[in-house]
Design a protein. Structure first.
Length: 194
């Protein structure tokens, strides 16, 4: 098999949370470009005619959008029931919705679920972002003290962008990562390597 074919996910269905903007938006587009049909969900995503839908469909892929506030447990459970009924098979799940928290729980949960589900053929991995230029970090980037302090510690010399996650998500969603399980892939311009 040609190595590029390892990254082809044509015909797969990927559900991407937090996809209206930023990292989630970039990852949804990357998965569509690699061949996946996209189920998008975000608290304020339009069910139809969203910018993401236009971009995904423009790449020749199917798109279905949902609006759900994952901070509301009742709404979350209702969304899970709805999406399971609408799409019984989801090949790729990108849990991107959330906020900035610096807890090790996600890493440990990734490892625990990877161990538990590996025998069922399910891979569980995580992507750990560094300092990324999104709406969530706008205040930091505009801070005349914090911004230069952060930049001075990033070996790449720049804030990351949502597009920096495109390759990572396609790799983890594709056959190229078939033997990768329980890994936390750091996308941070070298921050953790210092």
């Amino acid at each position: 098999m040609n190595v590029l074919e390892l990254f082809n996910i044509t015909g797969k269905t990927a559900l991407v949370t937090g996809c209206k903007r930023g990292i989630g938006f970039a990852m949804a587009i990357a998965l569509a470009e690699a061949g996946a049909n996209i189920i998008g969900v975000s608290a304020s995503l339009e069910a139809e005619r969203s910018h993401l839908e236009k971009e995904v469909r423009g790449r020749g892929r199917n798109f279905h959008g949902y609006s759900s506030d994952f901070g509301n447990r009742k709404a979350l459970y209702a969304f899970i029931q709805k999406v399971k009924a609408d799409f019984p098979v989801i090949d790729v799940l990108v849990n991107n919705a959330g906020t900035i928290l610096r807890k090790g729980g996600v890493g440990q949960l990734t490892k625990a679920l990877a161990n538990e589900w590996a025998t069922s053929g399910v891979q569980v991995n995580a992507i750990a972002p560094g300092y990324i230029a999104t709406e969530n970090t706008e205040a930091l980037r505009n801070d005349p003290v914090r911004n230069p302090a952060i930049l001075s510690r990033i070996p790449a010399g720049r804030w990351g962008t949502p597009d920096d996650f495109r390759g990572a998500v396609v790799f983890l969603a594709s056959r190229a990562s078939d033997y990768v399980n329980g890994t936390v892939l750091t996308v941070d311009g070298g921050w953790m390597g210092r």
